[in-house]
Write a new protein. Structure first.
Length: 341
């Protein structure tokens, strides 16, 4: 009976996994729970199946393992599985919804990432965490010292001035116990700064290691950080039919509220890849600042800035940059500066 199964919905978790299998006629073949240690052995005993998994933190690992055992694995965004969920939510209902959603002909899937791509994205996520920690420690130093009437200008130079005060044993404004605590924060701050520098060095190296990363860095507004993030995040650029599809996936296109043939476009939404969107907008702002000083090379951007504010122009330029990235990733060409008529 197990040999009749053709499609499986797998609801993954930390320890207990739910499996829902159907045959070619969409009749239920089995519903069962599996412990983590029995998952791979269970799928090794099955014929080649279409396996659907919700995209999450560990889904790429399981997709690689099941794919290596001959199964056709598809990763689905969780929000696309939700419409197929019936009534109550539990593991069995989730697995059934995944099994139903993976067979839809218009379903969109998440490309499977390699361990190397996941490692590069871990560099970016750890970098964000370290930057937050540096800001947190710096703010704590400022707040504690302000209690004793010691303040400094904003920025890193101000923090360095405060650290000089902390290490000055002759400064009687800071009690001994407070100085001990402040030196603990100083030690943490220096460790975090060193880790950020090492992380940035590795990110730059990862961007220059690939030929694609070197080509992407030739686009104005795309630096090593953004090029590395694109190479690691976009596992299969051919999953996007056009540059606009990639831009929409990132979240750089207007929200639509159209009906009756009338198009109503609003601002961009918070949906999409927030990290790539943030880097693209920051890079676009750098291009805008350069265009304000030397706008002869980018008349399109200068004309846009005459009609819109800088932030709106930055989002439009980020949208255009994402489309250029898609073009370079698909056709293998290099960036060419536009020729002014």
């Amino acid at each position: 009976m197990m040999g009749n199964v053709t499609t499986i919905g797998l609801d993954i978790a930390k320890s207990v996994f739910q499996v829902h299998g159907v045959d070619a006629a969409s009749e239920v073949v089995f519903r069962r729970k599996l412990t983590r240690g029995r998952v791979l052995a269970f799928f090794e005993s099955l014929p080649r199946c279409l396996v659907g998994i919700e995209a999450c933190s560990s889904s790429h690992y399981w997709a690689r393992e099941l794919n290596a055992r001959g199964h056709d694995v598809r990763l689905l965004p969780a929000q696309y599985v939700k419409p197929y969920l019936k009534r109550q939510k539990n593991d069995a209902a989730d697995a059934e919804a995944i099994c139903e959603a993976v067979t839809r002909p218009t379903m969109r899937f998440v490309p499977m990432k390699s361990p190397e791509q996941q490692s590069v994205m871990m560099l970016h996520r750890v970098r964000l965490m370290l930057n937050r920690q540096r800001t947190q420690i710096s703010n704590a130093l400022r707040a504690h010292l302000s209690e004793f009437g010691i303040v400094a200008p904003i920025g890193r130079n101000g923090i360095e001035q405060l650290l000089v005060v902390v290490n000055d044993e002759n400064d009687a404004r800071i009690p001994a116990d407070a100085r001990l605590c402040l030196r603990m924060l100083e030690a943490q701050l220096r460790v975090v700064k060193a880790q950020i520098l090492e992380n940035d060095r590795r990110v730059r190296a990862s961007a220059r290691e690939t030929e694609l990363g070197r080509r992407l860095m030739e686009i104005p507004g795309v630096g090593p950080l953004l090029a590395s993030a694109f190479v690691a995040t976009v596992a299969d650029v051919h999953a996007f039919k056009s540059g606009r599809c990639l831009s929409a996936w990132i979240g750089l296109v207007p929200k639509q509220n159209s009906s009756g043939g009338k198009e109503k476009l609003g601002s961009i939404s918070k949906a999409g890849n927030r990290y790539l969107r943030q880097l693209l907008v920051v890079g676009a702002m750098a291009v805008i600042r350069y265009a304000e000083r030397n706008g002869t090379r980018r008349p399109w951007l200068v004309q846009l800035m005459a009609r819109r504010t800088a932030k709106v122009a930055a989002v439009a330029l980020a949208n255009k940059t994402a489309r250029m990235v898609w073009a370079l990733m698909t056709n293998g060409e290099r960036y060419r500066e536009p020729v002014i008529a």
